[in-house]
Design a protein around this ligand. Sequence first.
Ligand code: C2O
Ligand code: CU
Length: 540
Amino acid sequence: GKTHFHNWDIAYKLKSPDCFQKLAITINGGTPGPTIDAQQGDTVVVKVHNKLFTENIAIHWHGIRQIGTPWSDGTEGVTQCPILPGETFVYSFVVDHAGTFIYHAHYGMQRSAGLYGLIRVVLPPGEVEPFKYDSDQSLILNDWWHKSAYELSLGLSSLPFGWVGEPDSLLINGRGRFNCSSVQGGTCNATNPECAPYVISVVPGRTYRLRIASVTSLSAFTFQIEGHNMTVVEADGHYVRPIVVSSLYIYSGETYSVIVKADQDPSRNYWTAVNVVSRKPQTPTGFAIFNYYPNHPMKTPSTILPLGPLWNDSASRLKQDMALKAHPDYNNPPPGKSDRLILLLNTQNRINGYTRWSVNNVSFTLPHTPYLIALKERLHNVFDQKPAPDTYDYKTYNIHQPPPNPNATYSDSIYRLKFNSTVDVVLQNANTLNANNSETHPWHLHGHDFWVVGHGVGKFDPEKDPKGFNLVDPIEKNTVAVQPYSWTAFRFRADNPGVWAFHCHIESHFFMGMGVVFEEGVHRVGKLPSRIKGCGASRV
Ligand code: C2O
Ligand code: CU
């Protein structure tokens, strides 16, 4: 394959993506950053210059499995030391399969500050997709805060606790709309061209592939194009059995491709809208203009913005999760048996007064020495050697009540998986610290795609529920949601030597401990490049 070279300067810049001016973390001056385009099998080389004056960075290539290059995964504390201010770091990896992926900061809360973008990987010549379209467009969805990433993270780690709150606006391709008349102080200018709505221009009668990716720090969305149905054809880089939806649920870390036909009344434009679901919306609808040529691209529709399904209709969200199946011609079913079941209870807890998220009562912290270096080079006592727990007291635990024992423990312990074994992971959702509240968590696994073998409402029963797993045509994904008071099960093969983060993709939840780490076959990893070292007990 070809090699694509990119040279990126990461720097703070004053930006007004929603008309309100703030310091954003930009790539070569922009947020979102440049789209990486490549063909399956190509190599991507990104030379990253950290031009932030006081902050470290790391960039993760979300959905790229990093086969043979686990040190390029960009996960600070797991696969590399942070890139210090003034430093340059080179990521180099092969894009192993076609599809829609994203990249984003993997350090603190920097994704919320604007460090993100898209990766589009096309098929090699001669290979065809199981759907047709005239042209391809991409939309990257995000939620946006006016507070700095520093202020957001400081609140989360303080006593008393300072929650990030609901986003100030929702962005489509880096453009949103904040109501400037509500601003006292600060700079907000509703006529700034930086915050003009994004325009998707279509020619009547043509068919479009829209790649839709979400990098939100908090929100789950419904996405819709007023008056148009969408046929879902790809999810996280895998072809799915086509399903038709009028609104698409999309969680942070997920990507979809939909096919849309410009088959409505061509004399007007239509709204493209994103609305928050699964948390009570307090942020205005985010919008772009779906422009039918030759209407003026900025002519706003006279209709009201679509609101989409009810924010708390988790049954309808679960319905979409369950409707997605592998495309029959591309079905690659999972192994029939698994070697290990890891049952992970998601709870909110308190530790010495601090509000945290925990998995099986353990709240994750990152070690100073990245695991990949610690394990490969046998550095001792740099993280908790006690294995992380495979289960919780599922027989007695009441998932509908706030945790009876609000105390969890901090740990940086990990799961060590037998190389080439088949692992089932079940995410069990439960009540938060507040009565009658359970949230939606999109979990993302680095280094793998997994088969989503089941979803259920209530408590997962390890004796009974695995019998109902779909081992025939489950979709393959790298991110999957667990709905309130529900469970989600997936299967994967531990066949990619390295150390891989697995965490809730809500940035503040991972920051508050909602994650774990899997190690597999680390002895098979090749010689580590010295550029990933230098922190904690690791020496260059
Ligand atoms: Cu897209 Cu570890 O995250
Ligand atoms: Cu979460």
